[in-house]
Unconditional design. Structure first.
Length: 392
């Protein structure tokens, strides 16, 4: 824990970490909020998963352009416009679902909201990289951010579930918008810790960001997103099938809590192995822990295995973030970090859509087969990638 205390003693660090936490809460709430909102108003899991997937896909393919804008001009100039656009889109999407507006309108609003997502986690990680580039403390900083991510996913799902069930699904969506606006704007108001703007030196030839290493990271994040998306939708449906709908948020939070524990353990000490070994071990663990969920038929067992499965998540996130930080030029780091999260969002979109269809057509827990398959696929891609790339 000494390493974390040292990081948080850095000038401005506690403020941007806390602001980043608030601004990231919507990441853990919005997909589940959309699922609860849409199904609460009588639509199928297929439609709900499709809307959540649309949000995620737009975030994946379009929102990194906003991060490039932030890299070029500074976070304080670009991010407020993105926040206003996403908040407006989410409010209108909520009204559209609640008032049964045509489905094409709902999908268009979901796309608008996702396309303008500011990727608060990438903004915060870019601040750490600006402060600690080339220093061993950067690994602990990325571990700290993985821990914050998991706290977000511990707090977010139960909170949105309670708000939706105890008050209303519409109120839950409005709270998501509130967190987005307050956290993001608080973060970008802290201008002393933001990275220096990186205007393009050659307007015709930007610094190269793409490489085989970045493609590998995107594939890994795609499959990890598939794990997340299928776990979330299937757990929502299966908890309701087992008669424990009120525990949905708790079950999702246990998954995040498992990742938090492993993230704390990794960041509290210097790396015990090379980055290559860290990736392989984490991928093998992710593949192994997802398979038992397929055979669960008791809610207490589902809770236990969710906690165990979560422990494999943070190691993948920490290692892939470190790979990205090494592989891209500083002037495009925020964009590259956002792009890696976009890979996660694409996988999340595919996972939510396919698992929603499996839940509707096969059984309430059929989506866990998809989760297990994504975990095994991630291990296979990792092993193949390690043979092709010089990652140490």
């Amino acid at each position: 824990m000494d390493k974390y205390r040292q990081l948080l003693r850095m000038p401005g660090a506690p403020q941007f970490v806390i602001a980043g936490f608030v601004g990231r809460l919507p990441i853990a709430m919005v997909s589940l909020g959309i699922l609860l909102l849409v199904t609460g108003y009588g639509e199928s899991y297929t439609v709900a998963g499709g809307l959540a997937a649309t949000f995620a896909l737009a975030s994946a393919f379009i929102s990194p352009l906003g991060l490039r804008w932030a890299d070029r001009t500074g976070q304080h100039r670009a991010v407020p416009w993105l926040v206003v656009a996403e908040a407006t889109g989410l409010v209108l999407l909520t009204l559209a679902v609640a008032n049964s507006w045509p489905l094409p309108v709902q999908f268009a609003l979901a796309a608008l909201s996702g396309a303008t997502a500011p990727h608060v986690g990438s903004l915060v990680r870019a601040r750490w990289a600006a402060k600690l580039s080339g220093k061993p403390e950067l690994s602990s900083a990325f571990a700290l951010e993985a821990v914050v991510d998991e706290i977000v996913f511990i707090v977010g799902p139960p909170l949105v579930t309670v708000l939706a069930f105890q008050i209303s699904e519409v109120f839950a969506m409005f709270v998501i918008v509130l967190f987005l606006v307050v956290g993001s704007l608080w973060l970008v108001s802290q201008r002393t810790t933001q990275p220096e703007p990186q205007p393009r030196v050659d307007q015709k030839k930007p610094e190269r960001m793409w490489s085989a290493t970045l493609v590998l990271v995107l594939l890994l994040m795609l499959l990890l997103g598939g794990v997340f998306g299928s776990f979330e939708v299937t757990t929502v449906a299966y908890a309701q099938f087992l008669g424990f709908a009120g525990l949905t948020g708790v079950l999702l939070a246990l998954y995040a809590f498992g990742s938090l524990l492993s993230g704390l353990a990794i960041g509290a000490r210097p790396p015990l192995a090379t980055l290559r070994t860290q990736l392989i071990v984490a991928a093998a663990a992710l593949a192994a822990v997802g398979i038992p969920l397929v055979f669960v038929d008791k809610v207490w067992l589902l809770a236990s295995l969710s906690l165990l499965a979560g422990t494999a998540v943070a190691p993948i996130l920490i290692a892939t973030t470190a790979v990205v930080e090494r592989a891209v030029p500083r002037s495009r780091l925020t964009e590259a970090l956002g792009l890696s999260i976009s890979g996660l969002a694409v996988g999340l979109a595919i996972g939510t859509t396919l698992s929603g269809a499996l839940v509707d057509t096969v059984s309430a827990n059929a989506g866990y087969w998809l989760m297990a398959g994504c975990g095994v696929g991630l291990l296979a891609v990792t092993l193949i990638g390690m043979k092709q790339l010089d990652i140490r």
